[in-house]
Design a protein around this ligand. Structure first.
Ligand SMILES: Cc1cc2nc3c(=O)[nH]c(=O)nc-3n(C[C@H](O)[C@H](O)[C@H](O)COP(=O)(O)O)c2cc1C
Ligand SMILES: [Fe+2]
Ligand SMILES: [Fe+2]
Length: 404
């Protein structure tokens, strides 16, 4: 049985949260040993209830039971859809079957198209909203704002006038199953690492939209919410500005001073020996790198490598030549870095080959599309020599000098 939480978080406003420990790879791609939550919200009023979002379809039975524990289902008059990705909308078809047909669904105009495309729900009672459009219902005023491409075209947020509360869908969400529900109940530093990983992996491709959308909400619409309620992870009431600033920093690729990440693949530990020299040089210079290994008894998670590369000041990449190319996992990692975390920083490549070096050349081509500044692309043959070691040490010094 999944762990569910139903809790009144503000007068008449309920959190409905489920802890998903079954999903090993979010979106079938990102490793999440920390798990994830889906947070829906329900506002009860004398005229009926308003539901905001839902849970992944895997949890639809639990979702219906959680809802029924706070309201008779037929009292739900409105459903606000912030985002149509099935981790939130998957439980919607089962819910609609239990509701009167005149229940109104509210969303971005594009949401209607996705209701049809994903669920064949083309003829529901749908109300498309413009940005700034309000709904007054049961003594409450709800105002909807579009926040497109965070990370789908139809994403929007809702402001509740009473309590100055902002419900934000995926925006300001994070991986992880926090032990408490609010920011004042947990160690936010640990949570923010998981939230950064979520932001880079899920929203990273659209990172430029983060600053743009947040500036519209703050400057054009003057929103300074007292409470931020995302559809994943922690809820923010003590310091909502903290998650806002964190998102802005992550979207802009702000590096953490002194952070250096080392990522390498090594089949028979030749690359590992060479990278070991680079790490020794780093340590002698006073740096403790974050290290991710892709070897025969360990494989770093792609999501963690992306997360650490994103906010590093510099990166060291170790790869062997493999079938006249870069090691396959490294090529995939780099393609994702370029898509989701393409921030400028010095890069040192330590390449090892057996008979004809190719990894460095192939990497140079790959890196043309990247914001990396490749300060040195070394290609060394197999067994490390004293000359090779000296080249690696010099290249590390070079890289450190290029660090901003
Ligand atoms: C499957 C495989 C493919 C390889 N392809 C190449 C290649 O195309 N060109 C080359 O120079 N060396 C190639 N090598 C040799 C490796 O680059 C060399 O052995 C290197 O030292 C391996 O480092 P590692 O043990 O740290 O992975 C290949 C090795 C393996 C096992
Ligand atoms: Fe999403
Ligand atoms: Fe989501």
């Amino acid at each position: 049985m999944a762990q569910t939480t139903v809790q009144e978080i503000h007068p008449d406003l309920y959190l409905l949260r489920v802890a998903d420990t079954r999903t090993a790879y979010f979106e079938a791609l990102w490793e999440i040993p920390e798990g994830i939550t889906y947070n829906a919200y329900l506002l009860k009023t004398p005229e009926g209830a308003v539901l905001f979002d839902g849970w992944k379809g895997t949890f639809q039975e639990e979702f219906l039971a959680a809802l029924a524990s706070v309201t008779p289902l037929e009292d739900i008059r409105h459903i606000v859809i912030h985002h149509m990705e099935p981790d939130h909308s998957g439980s919607l078809p089962a819910l609609l079957e239990k509701l009167p047909p005149d229940v109104t669904l509210w969303g971005h105009p594009f949401t209607k198209k996705l209701l049809d495309a994903l669920y064949g729900l083309g003829d529901v009672n749908f109300q498309a909203v413009k940005s700034g459009h309000s709904l007054t219902f049961g003594g409450h005023t709800l105002t909807f704002y579009h926040a497109p491409w965070l990370h789908w075209p139809e994403t929007m947020v809702t402001h509740l006038a009473e309590g100055n509360i902002l419900l934000t869908g995926d925006i300001f969400g994070g991986y992880g199953i926090p032990e408490g529900i609010f920011d004042d109940e947990v160690d936010t530093d640990a949570y923010l690492t998981a939230a950064r990983k979520y932001t880079i992996t899920v929203i990273g491709f659209y990172r430029d939209k983060i600053g743009k959308n947040l500036s519209t909400l703050q400057n054009k619409y003057n929103l300074q919410p007292a409470m931020i309620l995302p559809a994943h992870g922690l809820l923010w009431r003590q310091a909502p500005e903290r998650i806002v600033q964190a998102y802005l920093d992550w979207g802009a690729g702000k590096p953490k001073p002194g952070k250096v990440t080392v990522v390498y693949s090594s089949m028979y530990r030749y690359v590992e020996k060479a990278v070991g020299v680079a790490m020794d040089a780093l340590q002698q210079a006073g740096y403790t790198p974050v290290v991710h290994r892709m070897v025969d008894d360990e494989r770093a998670a792609l999501a963690d490598m992306l997360n650490d590369i994103a906010d590093s000041q510099a990166v060291i990449l170790g790869t062997e030549t493999y079938e006249s190319d870069v090691f396959p996992l490294t090529a995939f990692l780099l393609s994702e870095v370029i898509k989701k975390a393409n921030f400028p920083k010095p890069l040192l490549v330590v390449g090892i080959f057996g008979w004809a070096a190719a990894a460095g050349r192939q990497l140079s081509t790959l890196l043309e599309k990247s914001a990396f500044e490749p300060v040195n692309i070394l290609e060394l043959k197999g067994l490390l020599t004293p000359e090779g070691e000296a080249k690696i040490r010099a290249a590390v010094q070079d890289m450190l000098q290029h660090m901003r």
